[in-house]
Design a protein around this ligand. Structure first.
Ligand code: ZN
Length: 164
């Protein structure tokens, strides 16, 4: 079975940030050592460049792909720094500049980076930590299967590596 619209695809990955074609890359994250990541193909569950690279692959396939920021986490926006009252942080006492934390927003939790700390406010960078970065993924497809009706209704994968 091949990865395509409405299939559940599970894969292991190792992702490196790369700066230029000669750069061996700096590891950012890996799924090795935990269950493979599972997602419902064609529902926006993973970044567009990675989904395109996975299209048509089958269990056992292994490959590398370099993804530009526009097809990964987007370009960095320099105007994306905002001043937020400290009370919105659950861990305000422990914050330091350069640290990543989670901010509760109306749209749900959001990853931010601390820029500056004041006595009652915090300046945060709302860019995704990987925005503006070129990423190289080493991917191993572990399973491709049909989605259940429930998974299609929810728009995501269930079971190990998925939701719930
Ligand atoms: Zn669900």
């Amino acid at each position: 079975m091949r990865a395509e619209q409405d299939k559940i695809v599970s894969f292991h990955y190792r992702v490196c940030e790369v700066r230029g074609s000669q750069d061996p890359g700096t590891e950012v994250e890996t799924s090795h050592g935990r269950p493979p990541l599972a997602f419902l193909f064609g529902h926006g569950g993973i970044i567009p460049g990675l989904e395109q690279a996975i299209a048509g692959r089958a269990a056992g396939d292994a490959f590398e792909v370099v993804i530009e920021p526009g097809q990964a986490y987007g370009l960095r926006r320099e105007d994306f720094v905002q001043r937020v009252p400290k009370k919105y942080f659950h861990d305000a006492e422990h914050l330091k500049p350069g640290m990543a934390t989670t901010l509760s927003t109306r749209d749900g939790p959001r990853s931010v980076t601390i820029v500056k700390l004041g006595s009652s406010v915090v300046d945060v960078d709302l860019n995704h930590p990987l925005a503006g970065k070129t990423l190289r993924f080493a991917v191993e497809i572990t399973e491709v299967r049909d989605a259940s009706e429930e998974e299609l209704a929810h728009g995501h994968a269930h079971g190990p590596g998925g939701h719930h």
